[in-house]
Design a protein around this ligand. Structure first.
Ligand code: HEM
Length: 499
């Protein structure tokens, strides 16, 4: 039981700490609105009190154009370093190729400018999207069978009537042979996202996802959704049948940050905005990550040149820039933005996959079951872990399925050039760099414990129409409590490894 005097003590302590922080706070040029956020102890203070969303508030336009401008400068700097150090050349290549020259990647979602053979996919999206969500999920298998069959049948009909697969294939072959003039990379990115939407929509055929669809172990997809997908997956060096964080989330935004291929078209504002807020986080994270990637690269180059002073400056910058990025997560993954009673049924299910394809495991010869998307595929977190010298969270196999080859290359290089273990103890520059890296670790620990708490809240909402499932780990144990405990183990383990 907490006594009144304890409450008063905590309250006063909060005020004193706030005054102290504010008095020692140095203004920062851009993300200065709540710069003291990172210094609070999460256990005592509710982070959701702060508004850290740069993309939504009054200064949005100014802030985002400033951010774009800064990011452009950072990218230019990375490009100039590309001939000096492997780490820079890896990142530069990733941005130039998969990013179509920018990060988050450039996308051209204006389908009227697409090559003619691709436009039908966008038209089909436009026709099928309103048919995907059901106002109420049925618990009756027979009714769901009808809904799913009719959705898939209309989808197949449209694909066979509208798509000229030969033309699509030759366009993709042209891109594979380097003819980016006929299939520009920003269009390639946008089409990849459109195709991923089509595949996930066909796979689930009704949102909320229902247990009848979950029980499908394998599903032959129409050739119009298989042939181009396989070619694009080969291009990104990905082995999964399922979409991934890039195809379904990051590339699902145009260059102005507008969300494109939606799950809950025509439903209530509450559902539509919860979906929008959730997807937006992944685009925001990659936007806010650019200065961090840049500072990581710069610090590695400085370390290689034995310029410890500069190295320290850039490690500090990684730490500084991580604060607003995590703030964007803390602010969005919250009831005020993403409604708990909506997320699991209306948003999460679409990103799952949970089916076997044609590929067999080399050793066991069993058909491989592919999982869907998870935040664990986000580049920033993998990059940070590698930079800090931690083992990857995902296995090599899962990385090869869901994280594009050029991103894997960049993360591998960050791990290889990690200098944390080479720093000497003591109070010189080495010691300072070490201390700064430890601050980054602490920040990641705070994120991981907050994420653990929030994930459990969102995952424990009842969804009677389906079996327990996450998008990233497919079907879970029979009861949802057992399922959440199973997931919790991953998060606890990662928290323990964050040292
Ligand atoms: C309500 C929303 C979310 C829920 C319920 C959730 C749930 C989970 C769960 C259960 C795991 C562990 C299993 C796995 O690896 O898939 C996980 C891992 C992870 N999630 Fe989320 N997640 C959510 C949103 C996000 C967001 C928005 C991000 C970041 C932008 C994120 C980043 C991560 C990362 C990086 C991991 C890997 C483990 C780690 O690094 O700590 N998640 N999430």
């Amino acid at each position: 039981m907490i006594h009144l005097n304890e409450v008063l003590f905590l309250f006063l302590a909060g005020i004193i700490i706030t005054i102290f922080r504010l008095s020692s706070y140095k203004p920062q040029p851009f993300f200065s609105s709540k710069p003291f956020l990172n210094n609070f102890n999460l256990n005592f203070f509710n982070l959701d009190f702060f508004n850290l969303n740069f993309f939504n508030n009054t200064s949005t336009t100014q802030a985002s154009s400033h951010l774009k401008h800064t990011n452009t400068q950072k990218i230019q700097d990375i490009n100039t370093l590309a001939d000096c150090h492997e780490i820079a050349s890896r990142l530069s290549e990733l941005i130039r190729k998969d990013g179509a020259g920018s990060w988050p990647p450039n996308t051209n979602h204006l389908s009227t400018t697409w090559p003619a053979s691709l436009r039908p996919y966008k038209e089909i999206y436009t026709e099928m999207a309103p048919l995907l969500p059901a106002a109420h999920a049925s618990l009756d298998d027979n009714i769901n069978h009808q809904i799913i069959s009719s959705f898939r049948s209309r989808f197949r009909q449209l694909l066979s009537e509208k798509v000229n697969l030969d033309e699509v294939t030759s366009l993709l072959s042209a891109a594979a042979s380097g003819r980016w003039d006929v299939f520009p990379r920003d269009t390639y990115n946008a089409f990849y996202s459109c195709l991923a939407w089509c595949r996930h929509a066909y796979r689930w055929a009704s949102i909320p996802v229902v247990s009848l669809a979950q029980r499908e172990d394998a599903l032959p997809l129409p050739r119009e959704l298989v042939v181009p997908w396989n070619k694009m997956q080969a291009h990104f060096q990905l082995a999964s049948d399922s979409g991934n964080n890039m195809s379904n989330l990051v590339l699902n935004f145009n260059n102005s940050g507008e969300y494109q291929y939606k799950i809950n078209t025509g439903l209530s504002q509450k559902i539509v905005s919860s979906e929008g807020e959730f997807t937006k986080i992944f685009y925001e994270v990659e936007t806010l990550a650019v200065p961090i990637y840049h500072a990581m690269v710069r610090s590695i180059v400085a370390f290689a040149r034995e310029n410890k002073k500069e190295c320290l400056r850039y490690v500090r910058e990684v730490n500084d820039k991580l604060r607003p990025l995590l703030g964007a997560y803390y602010e969005s993954v919250h009831e005020s933005k993403i409604k708990r009673d909506v997320w699991l049924s209306r948003v999460q299910g679409f990103y799952a996959w949970g089916m076997t394809g044609e590929e067999r495991d080399v050793e066991s010869q069993e058909l491989i079951r592919f999982d869907g998307l998870s935040g664990n595929q986000v580049l920033l977190f993998q990059a940070l872990d590698a930079y800090l010298g931690m083992e990857p969270y995902l296995t090599r196999e899962v990385m090869d399925r869901n994280v594009p080859g050029l991103q894997r290359g960049f993360v591998d290089s960050l791990g290889r050039f990690c200098f944390r273990g080479l720093l000497k103890d003591g109070c010189g520059e080495d010691g300072e760099i070490k201390g700064e890296m430890l601050e980054i670790v602490k920040r990641m620990r705070v994120f991981r414990s907050a994420h653990r708490t929030r994930a459990k809240v969102y995952l424990s909402v009842p969804a009677p129409e389906r079996m327990p499932m996450t998008a990233g780990k497919s079907l879970l144990k029979d009861d949802s409590v057992g399922g959440i405990d199973f997931l919790d183990q991953f998060m606890v383990k990662r928290l323990q490894q964050t040292v």
